[in-house]
Ligand binder design. Structure first.
Ligand SMILES: [Zn+2]
Length: 242
């Protein structure tokens, strides 16, 4: 039995928490609880109360799984690490997350552009485990595997949870509902890498899609991912989420 509850989301995620937060999902598999992404960390107490409202104590979360290092996804990791929750992160960005390498995630530029207030700083967080393509493990009867899905960022990964009944994908900022994507002028954005990642995801029989922003897709998620293919087949990018 697997239950997914969105416990954070900013302007694009239902205003459940701080405006700068990505969507954060609490995944309960039997007695185990995982968190997908950590939010910005700009108001972790609000995220904490949203988690407690589900009946889960944040200190008992088994791990926080980061989809990529961008500030709105990983800024809160230090707060969870402070509670003793292990942080799992892409191998590509694990060192940057540990050393709070703000250049790696483009935070200085984002501050200059006014996307984040001047006082915002990235706090480093220890990474307990690095994941790469096809890392996988089991939790009860659920298989959890990792696909590297770069393009939106150089370090993007998708976490795939397979149950007897369905396949759930936590895609971070790789693909969103209705086949939207998020390509920007950030130096680590790569349309050609994104194409490879989208084609990889389109080859899976996805049931549910839980993206880093916007609405989730509880069923028939494969149709949403495959909506990117007509654009890619014309060497075009699918429409941006923003
Ligand atoms: Zn991102």
């Amino acid at each position: 039995m697997i239950t997914v509850t969105q416990v954070a989301g900013g302007l694009l995620g239902g205003n459940l928490s701080h405006a700068a937060d990505c969507n954060v999902y609490l995944v309960q598999i039997g007695q185990s609880a995982l968190l997908i992404d950590a939010g910005s960390g700009l108001d972790s107490s609000l995220l904490e109360s949203n988690i407690i409202r589900t009946g889960v104590q944040p200190t008992l979360i088994e791990a926080v799984l980061l989809t990529h290092a961008h500030f709105d996804h990983s800024g809160g990791a230090a707060w969870f690490a402070g509670l003793g929750v292990p942080i799992i992160a892409p191998a590509v960005s694990a060192e940057a997350i540990e050393t709070a390498d703000e250049e790696f995630i483009g935070l200085p530029r984002a501050r200059r552009l006014g996307l984040y207030p001047d006082h915002v700083r990235w706090k480093g967080s220890p990474v307990a485990m690095q994941v790469r393509d096809e890392s996988c493990w089991r939790i009860s009867d659920v298989r959890l595997s990792v696909l590297q899905t770069p393009g939106h960022s150089c370090d993007g990964v998708t976490y795939i949870l397979e149950t007897q009944d369905s396949v759930l994908a936590f895609t971070g900022d790789t693909v969103f509902a209705n086949g939207r994507v998020l390509i920007s002028t950030e130096a680590d954005c790569s349309p050609s890498l994104l194409e490879g990642s989208l084609r990889k995801l389109a080859g899976l029989s996805l049931g549910s899609l839980y993206p880093g922003h916007g609405a989730s897709v509880p069923q028939d998620a494969a149709d949403h991912v495959k909506a990117t293919l007509p654009f890619l087949d014309q060497t075009l990018l699918p429409p941006n989420l923003l």
